[in-house]
Ligand binder design. Structure first.
Ligand code: LMR
Length: 333
């Protein structure tokens, strides 16, 4: 049996975590031979709910669940963590724009970045789920100068999976027969779900769907799906977000199935002309615990324009929190 790995999770008593933890403890994320120690973190007033959740986890008697520890602060909860899944954030309610949340969440992710820097394992892999995820990842990373920005990622796999699910439904294809979907940019309504490189059973998708449907229905539907779910349920997506977390981390740690392309919010290295240093969703392949941007894709004017729009929003988000960011150090890049 392998040595257990430590996985810290914030917002651990919340709805996304409620779906996530049971799959994680059952081996779906790290593989079915990898024991896990769960370091669950919540706000002090949520600790009772967290205790109840921990009891339920224990009652499942998962063979891979080595230990559960409960924490009401990130400094303790991130201790020696190999993985950190940052779900806790001030949530968005109906009618509220993600941008409104920038300032409140900046404070939360500043503290979390510092705590990761000071307490987590040197090689910790971080996934930011709490919105605005891309900019929260930027804030956390900039507050963790001892860690590389490449250790921080933001969740856009939910958007990637949404695009795949909606396309599968429209074409009648099985989702597993679709490859090459790309979500570029921000986890927000400006994201660009790009089908120009997507194939169903090897055949280009754009030959099989109407251009009007792609541009006027598919793209806005994927872009606004999070808001539509909030309207319908009164609360954010939870089970599908948890599933996306599993996919994101599993691929990052264990590798993407051969040749497959997935979308991850990562620090831009300037690829495809995107401003260096912002957290932007790119097409990647993963192996040996690292992600690599898929290079050399041909982009038409429509795509370049869409990519620019979402980049501009991320630059605006960055400008809105710039006064809270510590100066960039040479060590952080
Ligand atoms: C989602 O995409 O479902 C979430 O990010 C909800 C939100 O606040 O947009």
């Amino acid at each position: 049996m392998r040595r257990p790995v430590r996985i810290a999770i914030t917002g651990a008593a919340g709805a996304i975590s409620n779906s996530l933890l049971f799959q994680l403890a059952d081996g779906s994320m790290m593989g079915d031979d990898q024991p896990v120690i769960l370091q669950l973190i919540e706000m002090p007033e949520r600790m009772e709910a967290l205790r109840g959740l921990a009891m339920e986890l224990e009652d499942c008697a998962f063979p891979l669940l080595h230990t559960i520890t409960l924490h009401d602060n990130v400094e303790e909860g991130f201790n020696n963590a190999h993985y950190a899944i940052l779900i806790g954030a001030r949530p968005r309610g109906p009618g509220m724009e993600r941008r409104d949340l920038l300032e409140v969440n900046a404070e939360i992710f500043t503290r979390q970045g510092k705590a990761l820097n000071d307490h987590a394992n040197r090689d910790v892999k971080v996934l930011v789920v709490g919105n605005p995820a891309n900019t929260n990842a930027l804030i956390a990373s900039r507050n963790a100068p001892r860690l590389s920005p490449s250790q921080f990622t933001a969740l856009t796999r939910l958007d990637h999976n949404r695009a795949k699910g909606i396309l599968a439904n429209h074409t009648g294809a099985n989702p597993q027969d679709i490859d090459g979907i790309i979500v570029w940019g921000n986890h927000s309504t400006t994201q660009f779900p790009d089908l120009h490189h997507a194939r169903v059973l090897g055949e280009p998708v754009l030959n099989q769907i109407d251009d009007g449907w792609y541009k006027n229905e598919f793209i806005p539907r994927v872009q606004t799906r999070g808001g539509q779910i909030i309207q319908a349920r009164g609360v954010s997506s939870a089970a599908s977000a948890a599933q996306a977390v599993i996919h994101h981390m599993r691929d990052w740690v264990l590798g993407t199935p051969s040749g497959q392309v997935v979308s991850m919010g990562i620090v831009s290295d300037g690829s495809y002309g995107i401003t260096k240093g912002i957290f932007y969703s790119f097409p990647v392949r993963c192996n040996y615990g690292r992600y690599q941007i898929v290079r050399g894709l041909q982009l038409n004017d429509f795509s370049l324009q869409m990519m620019k729009t979402t980049e501009t929003e991320l630059l605006e988000e960055k400008a809105a929190v710039e006064h809270l960011l510590p100066a960039e150090t040479a060590a952080s890049h």
